[in-house]
Write a protein of this length. Structure first.
Length: 66
């Protein structure tokens, strides 16, 4: 459509209702038992258990593609 869209870290943080600061840690050995799983699932699927892509809102689907 030719409309310029700018998405910054602050915009993503606002949409997922989280602070836009933090640190990145690489090298988690077991992702299935990560302490972040519950937080990520609550943010993306509005549930403590992992959901499916079809359970996400349109807004969250867009963020996942980014």
């Amino acid at each position: 459509m030719g409309i310029p869209v700018y998405i910054s870290q602050d915009v993503i943080a606002y949409v997922i209702k989280r602070a836009s600061e933090g640190s990145f840690k690489d090298g988690f050995d077991n992702n299935k038992k990560s302490p972040w799983n519950e937080i990520v699932n609550q943010t993306m699927f509005n549930n403590k258990k992992k959901g499916a892509y079809s359970d996400m809102s349109t807004e969250k689907k867009m963020l996942l593609k980014i």
